[in-house]
Design a protein around this ligand. Structure first.
Ligand code: MSP
Length: 669
């Protein structure tokens, strides 16, 4: 390190009140590269005869495998002490060895200042990491769910896809993105809907109105906070589709041709011969089906407009390789393997004589635009609406999709966009499917699980918690009511609910106070308190990284470990005894650190179970503007900074206690 660099790392902590620095100055000097600064280790003087005046701090930057040093000078400048080599003990641990005088290193006033400064800085750098690493602040974030076919009622698979998108949108909002746009809606055109409406003896639009409303209800009841619910029958969407079509004609990507091949109405998908197989039906007849979905296909031979997909292969490969565009990697590999082969041109219209429930080709009403082109363009319609209302461009989007619609989003959609001169999607986040007793959900099997059955049983909180707790993006999940109730009871009602009830219960907390918490509070709780502090410092970062890649189940696991550790601390310190015995400091510390955990977990659970978290944070009296990711570090909330001795009067909202208990259902056989 050069002298100039060293200079930059010097921090004057002679002013006890504010350590001689404002927070932003501290940041500039202490966190030259917050993204790579992860751990702070401290070394201190062995000499206990003098006040320590110089401390050396080693910053370990694992990304670069490099150690940086920072020095802090205290009031006795000039009386510099030799510092120990890098220490690897925890900052708050007692020193492992006594010094040559038989005493541990002196911990004078300055030392404590430095301790506090370091601690603050370490905590601060961790919350800054969240903000900077997601590059979130004030940047728009646009995430979408697929739009749902209205040929059947909503089921938990649909809600799952929407809950993942919603949790991600809420997470980005907490990290400071703005605006955060979450779009969802219904896919209403196409042969499949036309046939379903005819079967139900309804006009297509009446049929769509009814089922679209059921989807909207299911989405609302699952606490999905969308900014736009788009229907492909909306008139502005039709204009977008028509304009887009014209653009593709102008860029020379659309031509008149003839399509001959297989078509799967249930999937609204064209298939090559080798994508189909013949199966025997129970009545002994042969039926050709799609290999991928096992659904029947029909032979079509007709005049169509074709899209030059074959021309897009290079661009698609470039897009795929431009970064972690498609995750999990298993789906990236699948797309790459598809793109290793030639892509035939794609039929993008159907004769209106066969399909009239859709958007006519501009200038040629004898043809109707292919339903997937119509449907995919919903994302562009939403972006245009957002631009009109906020004057901000949010393009391009992150799409959450199920594995069955990967080809449409990973090949056709980016190809359409590239052909029109637009930016392809920022990312595709793909998830597996929910099975029931290891079978696909289907009307025929009678195993379709309605979101409302689950919400009636365990509330929307329980359903969301279960789906995100159990859903692993690169695997299918097996749904079970028994397991859902068990998990929600064990983790939310027992783990979380009990802790909250204990901390806020009448016997221990008759005044309903959330005491102010300091680092000393954790110390006063002994080794378990120190261990908990360490966990509280590490967990937000870890959870951040998991949420960012939509591995919510791993984030939840971390939070539940915190809850278990806090319940364990509570049980071991027996605050009811401390109170009785008059050990008030220790009693208050136990309550304070437990409530601090609940505060942090409450903030971090907001993307997963928003209404539950809101009630919890209301109950703890956490101000609404102190619930973002900036406030997830223990002890360091600005309220503590501005008013360190402030006590929070928590209003106990009994309904929130009741709602925690609502999961106690007796359906477990
Ligand atoms: N309409 C198309 C999407 C057009 S997007 C431009 C469609 N609709 S769908 O209603 O069939 O499916 C919507 C989403 O729900 C898809 O992401 C699909 O993967 C997902 N799921 C459908 N069944 C599912 C499960 N059993 N489990 C998890 N997700 C499931 O496809």
């Amino acid at each position: 390190m050069t002298t100039a660099e060293e200079e930059n790392w010097k921090v004057d902590c002679s002013d006890e009140e504010n350590y001689g620095l404002t927070y932003s100055e501290m940041l500039q000097q202490w966190v030259p590269d917050p993204e790579t600064t992860c751990n702070l280790f401290e070394s201190y003087s062995e000499d206990n005869t003098k006040d320590c005046s110089l401390f050396t701090f080693n910053w370990i930057c694992p990304g670069r495998k490099e150690v940086k040093q920072a020095e802090i000078s205290g009031d006795n400048a000039g009386e510099e002490q030799k510092t120990e080599e890098k220490s690897d003990f925890d900052f708050w641990d007692e020193p492992k060895e006594a010094n040559k005088n038989g005493a541990g290193p002196r911990r004078g006033k300055n030392f404590q200042n430095v301790q506090r400064l370091c601690r603050k800085n370490a905590l601060l750098s961790s919350s800054i990491k969240h903000l900077s690493s997601s590059k979130a602040a004030d940047e728009p974030y646009f995430i979408t769910t697929p739009i749902f076919y209205v040929n059947a009622d909503p089921h938990i698979g649909h809600v799952y896809t929407a809950v993942i998108a919603d949790a991600t949108a809420r997470f980005h909002h907490l990290c400071g993105s703005s605006p955060v746009i979450l779009s969802t809606g219904t896919d209403e055109h196409g042969l499949k809907i036309q046939q379903a409406a005819a079967k139900a003896n309804q006009t297509p639009i009446n049929f769509c109105n009814n089922i679209s409303q059921l989807f909207r209800q299911a989405i609302d009841d699952s606490e999905i906070k969308y900014s736009d619910f788009i229907r492909t029958t909306d008139s502005d969407h039709r204009t977008v589709v028509e304009n887009f079509w014209r653009t593709l004609v102008e860029t020379g990507y659309i031509y008149e041709g003839k399509y001959e091949g297989w078509y799967c109405i249930a999937d609204e998908m064209f298939l090559a011969e080798d994508q189909t197989k013949i199966i025997k039906l129970p009545n002994g007849q042969d039926q050709r089906v799609s290999i991928e979905s096992n659904r029947p296909v029909e032979w079509f031979s007709e005049e169509n407009y074709m899209f030059k997909l074959s021309k897009c292969r290079n661009d698609l490969n470039k897009w795929l390789e431009s970064g972690p565009v498609v995750e999990p990697v298993k789906y990236y590999n699948l797309l790459k393997s598809w793109l290793d082969q030639e892509q035939p041109d794609l039929s993008v219209s159907r004769p209106s004589s066969r399909l009239d429930w859709g958007i006519p080709v501009p200038g040629d009403p004898s043809q109707t635009i292919y339903v997937w082109m119509d449907a995919l363009l919903n994302y562009l319609t939403v972006a245009q609406r957002t631009k009109a209302s906020t004057n901000k461009s949010v393009w391009s989007p992150v799409h959450v999709i199920g594995k069955d619609i990967l080809k449409f989003h990973g090949i056709y959609w980016p190809a359409f966009l590239i052909a029109a001169g637009l930016q392809p999607p920022k990312a595709l986040r793909v998830h597996g499917h929910w099975l029931v007793d290891n079978d696909k959900m289907s009307k025929t099997l009678g195993n379709v699980v309605s979101p409302h059955t689950c919400i009636d049983l365990v509330t929307a909180t329980g359903l969301r918690y279960f789906l995100l707790h159990e859903g692993v993006p690169d695997r299918d999940g097996n749904f079970s009511f028994v397991r859902m109730v068990r998990i929600v009871n064990a983790e939310l009602a027992d783990g979380m609910g009990n802790l909250v009830n204990r901390c806020c219960g009448k016997s221990l907390n008759p005044l309903k106070i959330r005491p102010s918490v300091t680092l000393d509070s954790f110390h006063a709780c002994g080794p378990l308190g120190i261990e908990l502090l360490g966990m509280l410092e590490r967990t937000p970062d870890t959870v951040h990284d998991y949420y960012k890649i939509m591995e919510f189940y791993k984030g939840i696991d971390q939070l539940m470990s915190l809850i278990r550790a806090t319940n364990n601390l509570f049980q071991s310190l027996e605050p009811w005894k401390l109170k009785k015995e008059g050990q008030i400091d220790k009693f208050t510390a136990t309550m304070a650190v437990s409530l601090e955990t609940v505060r942090i977990v409450g903030i971090l659970l907001q993307p997963i179970i928003p209404s539950f978290s809101q009630r919890l944070l209301d109950k703890l009296g956490v101000p609404v503007d102190e619930r973002s990711w900036q406030y997830v570090s223990p002890v360091l909330g600005p309220s503590y900074k501005s008013s360190p001795n402030k006590n929070y009067m928590a209003t106990v909202i009994t309904s929130s206690i009741r709602s925690l208990k609502v999961f106690r259902k007796d359906i477990i056989k």
